[in-house]
Design a protein around this ligand. Structure first.
Ligand SMILES: O=C(O)[C@H](O)[C@@H](O)[C@H](O)[C@H](O)COP(=O)(O)O
Length: 237
């Protein structure tokens, strides 16, 4: 199956690439272009990225792009509630693969803080985002084969609140039944209102997930809440 075979909503743009390396370079070029434009027009730019396994080539391609990185804010769409020196930390992944070389000059907004509870950690994370430029200039989402994105997982007790357009909280504690770690996730309003919204997915399984998500309720496949006008989907086999 090819991404062109999906009956995507009007306004969703697709960028089919030959392989993962081409996807990483194409996405890095697009994000760098938007960040440059934001710096030119606003004096600064904000970027939110996803964790997981597949973003590493994109991180490394973006870190090599010529940008005034000192004017770029880099944050996460979600975090596992583990310290940066522990396995699974998205902060560690971004610091290792993106914030290196000239890109190390970017201002990083982490979501992890020690706290008495996940809910308190999410509240502190929300406060730490106060200086994040909004609307965010660029968001890069990934997707799991269950249709989760960020840490908006099906079956999470407060998923409906996190997807609601009225959410006052920029991020929330997510007790996802299937995720190996307790999570903190940014909520739909902050992610969906970004100027550039990209979804980066690879392989036939995720294409099938996307096909199913088109007909699904967002509470069952949260990625559905993001399949709207202006989304750019970067896909490779
Ligand atoms: O913290 C995370 O894991 C991510 O933010 C998550 O939403 C990720 O994008 C998907 O789980 C896909 O992960 P892969 O890219 O590893 O398939």
């Amino acid at each position: 199956m090819e991404i062109s075979e999906l009956d995507l909503p009007a306004g969703v743009l697709t960028r089919p690439l030959a392989d993962g390396a081409a996807l990483a370079e194409e996405l890095a070029g697009r994000v760098a272009e938007v960040l440059r434009q934001a710096i030119d027009s606003d004096g600064r730019a904000s970027l939110l990225v996803s964790g997981g396994r597949s973003p590493v080539p994109f991180f490394e391609a973006l870190s090599a792009r010529e940008l005034d990185w000192s004017r770029v804010q880099v944050g996460l769409v979600d975090e596992r509630w583990v310290a940066p020196d522990q396995d699974g930390s998205n902060e560690a992944l971004v610091r290792r693969h993106l914030l290196r070389g000239p890109a190390a000059a970017a201002r990083f907004f982490g979501l992890y803080q020690p706290a008495a509870s996940l809910e308190e950690a999410a509240r502190l994370a929300g406060r730490s985002l106060a200086e994040l430029k909004r609307p965010v200039d660029a968001v890069v989402l990934g997707m799991g084969e269950d249709g989760h994105t960020a840490s908006l997982f099906p079956g999470s007790p407060n998923l409906a609140q996190a997807l609601a357009g009225t959410g006052a909280e920029p991020c929330m504690a997510m007790h996802a039944p299937v995720a190996p770690h307790p999570r903190i996730s940014l909520t739909w309003p902050l992610l969906a209102r970004a100027r550039l919204r990209c979804l980066a997915i690879q392989g036939p399984a995720k294409l099938e997930t996307l096909r199913q998500a088109l007909r699904a309720d967002p509470l069952r496949m949260p990625i559905r809440a993001f399949l709207g006008d202006g989304l750019e989907i970067y896909w490779s086999p």
